[in-house]
Design a protein around this ligand. Structure first.
Ligand SMILES: C[S@@+](CC[C@H](N)C(=O)[O-])C[C@H]1O[C@@H](n2cnc3c(N)ncnc32)[C@H](O)[C@@H]1O
Length: 272
């Protein structure tokens, strides 16, 4: 076994222990390219020098950098579109009806990456569900990556990023052009708070939520960790709350205490 292969094993172990992300041997090409990039960013002349520093990383600063580097942050505005249509046509109107006395909604976007998802939820509320005007609505946007949290908080996107999924009418209404980037408006920002939360770590004390987006993140975890996370999710869901997973993810045979709700192509879940 080469030294590099052994070190990749060490990297797999660090990433698994810190984040729950499973990187099998088929992902060695990914480990190599991301570690090369991290080596450059950290001022190392080559991969071996970074791996040496990692072995002596008593403060764990570098280990955390490795975890951040190994996350996949692929996202876009209104990703998959139909879940947001279902949110507008079924889920939010139903929640508006059951919460009409308190006029309060709490939403958690639990692996928000660079923020396109929570901003898409906020725009759906503003644009498509007028009955919620004047309600107190809070969206918690969290991710394991502090870099992604900072990007979400900044709400600044390139032309390429806004071209991916954001309708022109919403771009013009909710974003301001600043040089070559687009800055999200304060109206949307004020609906969202940001926080670093490791789904596979100790969670902070959280509210009880009406709606949770946990999309395209469970795929990276082992079945045991998926089970644990869904069980913890149920504990922060109000009895009539909804949870959305990604298009390729399912709670079927992972958590029997979640009940499937189907609206056309959209699948989401409620507590049984
Ligand atoms: C593929 S992105 C999905 C983003 C968004 N939910 C979507 O569907 O477009 C996965 C995100 O999960 C985050 N992530 C990975 N492991 C995590 C963990 N243990 N706790 C919280 N977030 C995690 C990554 O940092 C990344 O931003």
């Amino acid at each position: 076994m080469s030294t590099l292969t052994m070190d990749f094993q060490a990297i797999r172990k660090i990433v698994l222990e810190q984040s729950g992300i499973v990187l099998d041997e088929r992902k060695d090409y990914l480990i190599e390219s991301r570690m090369l990039q991290l080596a450059r960013e950290e001022g190392h002349k080559n991969l071996e020098s970074l791996l040496d520093a990692l072995r002596n990383d008593t403060s764990r600063r570098l280990q955390w950098k490795v975890v951040e580097a190994m996350t996949t942050n692929e996202t876009s505005f209104f990703r998959d579109l139909h879940p947001f249509e279902t949110l507008a046509t079924h889920i939010l109107p139903e929640l508006a009806e059951v919460r009409k006395n308190s006029r309060r909604l709490r939403i958690w976007c639990a692996a928000c990456s660079s923020g396109q998802e929570p901003y898409s939820i906020a725009m759906t509320i503003k644009e498509k569900v007028p009955v919620l005007n004047g309600w107190k609505i809070s969206i918690l946007a969290s991710d394991i990556s502090t870099e992604m949290i900072e990007k979400s908080r900044a709400g600044r996107y390139s032309q390429l990023e806004v071209n991916r999924g954001l309708p022109a009418a919403m771009l013009v209404k909710y974003f301001k052009k600043e040089g070559s980037t687009w800055q999200v408006c304060d109206e949307l920002k004020s609906m969202i708070s940001y926080r670093q939360v490791n789904l596979n770590g100790a969670w902070p004390v959280l509210d009880q939520f009406d709606l949770i987006f946990l999309r395209n993140v469970l795929i990276y975890f082992s079945v045991d960790d998926k089970k644990k996370i869904l069980e913890k999710m149920r504990r922060v869901m109000r009895p009539d709350a909804f949870i959305f997973l990604g298009g390729t993810e399912t709670a079927f045979s992972v958590d029997d205490n979640l009940e499937l709700c189907q609206y056309g192509r959209t699948v989401c879940y409620k507590r049984k």
